[in-house]
Design a protein around this ligand. Structure first.
Ligand code: GDP
Ligand code: MG
Length: 176
């Protein structure tokens, strides 16, 4: 059978770690230097979502500053699924992240599978919990999504997050 091929997008407020999660996943690298994403970036990776089952996934990264721009339409068009990211060390990014989901649902004709990521879990031992863990879990359940806590810095759960989204897409869109 031909290899599956699809598009995923990574969305959420500025500086939550979208580009870092992609970099960790694609190149297994991380840097603390903040490099603003300008416009849109792409990368491709083959994901083995089950043993011997592979999908070619193109990952689109958006600059946070583009939330209100026309560019968004091309960005969202044809996407098969989304990773929606907030920052566990900044509470306001959780509510902002919900706005990103509403925006996306307005632009897309059909709903696509989502995985919600609470990123920067590595900071929590230092600063203490900022967001009650139950909240993102309940929210994810409500919208039929999955909630995963990640760290682009340590790599915790990053692979798992992309695999989980891939599995959802394969199930929902390709009926496999
Ligand atoms: P984006 O605007 O959502 O693409 O965010 P970036 O990936 O550019 O990351 C913003 C800042 O957060 C950068 O300084 C990153 O080094 C830092 N960062 C990203 N992910 C993590 C993480 O998991 N843990 C920590 N401690 N810092 C992170
Ligand atoms: Mg970025």
């Amino acid at each position: 059978m031909a290899e599956l091929s699809f598009k995923v997008i990574v969305i959420g407020p500025a500086a939550v770690g979208k580009s870092s999660l992609i970099r960790r996943f694609v190149d297994d690298k991380f840097t603390l230097a903040y490099k603003f994403t300008i416009g849109v970036d792409f990368s491709t990776k083959i994901i083995e979502y089950r043993s011997e089952k592979k999908a070619r996934v193109t990952i689109w990264d958006i600059g946070g500053q583009d939330r209100f721009k026309i560019l968004r339409r091309n960005f969202y068009e044809g996407t098969h699924g989304a990773l929606v990211v907030f920052d566990l060390s900044r509470a306001q990014t959780f509510s902002k992240m919900k706005e990103w989901i509403s925006d996306m649902n307005q632009l897309l004709e059909e709903k696509v599978p989502l995985v919600i990521l609470g990123n920067k879990i590595d900071l929590i031992p230092e600063i203490g919990e900022v967001i009650d863990k139950e909240e993102p879990k309940l929210f994810a359940d409500k919208i039929d999504s999955t909630y995963i806590e990640t760290s682009a810095k340590s790599g915790d759960n990053v692979q798992e997050a992309f695999v989980e989204l891939t599995k959802k897409i394969v199930k929902n869109t390709f009926n496999e």
